[in-house]
Design a protein around this ligand. Structure first.
Ligand code: LRH
Ligand code: MN
Length: 396
């Protein structure tokens, strides 16, 4: 009995501290280059995105911040900040990471911060500085940068010259950060560029973050790896070098599929969470932002987001309950089978009863998805929004 009590208390502490940020764009109509399937309940306005985020937080208790994408959520730049602050108060959801958008403007065809034209690079840096200013206004800590920059054919661009331009641009951006702010550098091996991508892997992102300054860290999007890459090993390196700033969690079968976390390979997320827990138990300095980055092209967007947070809570607790002392001893003895069996059984243990107990104790719905359905929230927003939904078209 006492053991169960101790286990429950441990689980409650772990879940109380768990926070994961949801992306505003996860509530909007999104698609692929082959089209977009419109959902009547999809959010079209920033107010609707805050409303949906508040519903997910009401149901899960772990999502009190929402990531914003500058051009999509603050199309008028700083002028939109007061409206966002009013929505933060109205819905009890804080603006989270601010995502500059250097992938939509036509002038970024050959790159933004890496464009051969100094003029275009300067305008791209202006957008970075605007994003940093918006983050200051909204008291957001992280400016989360993903760059689509790259090329499609060998010989068409100088890869080295682009590195130098990028270093300059990130150093200039870093100079404008205020204390406490962070610049997160996200890497991606390909898409939309299909020959070289300027920030293609963790090593490039780590170098650029270090070259930018002490407030720059690396962001790991789990979908931005070749299928055969060992993501948790990259995470271990970034922890070891104290350069891990955050994650964009999603799942994939092939490439950057942006599917719901844990839907294809939940063991992958467990192995990543294990690296985080192991490091924090050893007292390493960790300041890691957990964020979701998904596009719900077919699933209902609110249901998919609730599913994602529930999976993340369960996988986070599973990884937290690994007996690290025993595992450490088995690893040191190279008792491979026992170590693996201990590790695997932690993954296989069913923590759902413990999570349900925690929800009940925290006055949260024991079954969030079921509670969502009973709330009629999706039906309500479908009625309110369906008349304004336009027909399909490109990504977002
Ligand atoms: C790029 C990316 C990036 C976001 C975008 C929506 O693939 O992961 O983090 O800006 O998706
Ligand atoms: Mn991402």
């Amino acid at each position: 009995m006492a053991a169960d009590r101790e286990l429950a208390e441990r689980a409650f502490r772990v879940l109380d501290d768990f926070r994961i940020e949801i992306p505003s764009w996860g509530f909007a109509n999104t698609g692929t280059r082959f089209g977009k399937f419109i959902q009547d309940a999809a959010a079209l306005t920033i107010a609707e995105k805050f409303s949906d985020a508040a519903e997910v937080n009401r149901l899960t208790g772990s999502t009190s911040t929402m990531a914003l994408h500058v051009l999509w959520d603050l199309p008028n730049g700083l002028a939109d900040a007061p409206a966002v602050q009013a929505l933060e108060k109205q819905y009890g959801i804080r603006a989270g990471s601010i995502n500059p958008n250097l992938f939509q403007n036509q002038e970024y065809k050959y790159g933004s911060l890496c464009n051969p034209s100094a003029e275009i690079r300067a305008r791209a840096v202006d957008h970075m500085l605007l994003s940093i200013e918006i983050a200051k206004q909204l008291n957001s800590r992280d400016i989360s940068l993903w760059l689509p920059d790259g090329s499609n054919y060998p010989g068409t661009q100088s890869i080295r010259h682009r590195i130098a331009w990028l270093e300059e641009a990130l150093q200039e951006s870093h100079r404008h950060l205020v204390p406490g702010q962070r610049l997160l550098v996200e890497y991606k091996p390909f898409e939309p560029a299909f020959y070289h991508t300027d920030i293609a892997d963790w090593g490039m992102a780590l170098h650029l973050a270090k070259a930018a300054g002490p407030q720059a860290k690396v962001l790991v999007d789990t979908g931005h790896h070749y299928a055969s890459q060992n993501i948790e090993q990259i995470v271990a390196w970034l922890i070891h070098t104290n350069m891990l700033g955050g994650f964009h969690f999603n799942d994939r079968r092939y490439a950057d599929d942006d599917l719901t976390l844990g839907s294809i390979d939940p063991y992958q997320v467990f192995r990543i969470f294990h690296e985080i827990h192991a490091a924090s138990v050893e007292g390493l300095p960790l300041d890691v932002a957990f964020m979701i980055d998904q596009s719900h092209n077919l699933k209902g967007k609110i249901e998919a987001m609730v599913q994602t947070v529930v999976s993340a809570q369960e996988l986070w607790l599973k990884a937290a309950l690994v007996d690290r002392g025993q595992l450490d001893a088995l690893q040191k003895k190279c008792d491979l089978i026992s170590a693996e069996e201990l590790f695997r059984s932690a993954f296989w243990q069913d923590v759902r009863p413990l999570v349900a107990e925690w929800r009940a104790a925290r006055n949260l719905p024991v079954d969030p998805l079921c509670a969502l359905r009973e709330s009629g929230y999706v039906e309500k927003i479908t009625k309110e929004r369906s008349s304004r939904q336009s027909s399909g078209g490109s990504y977002a």
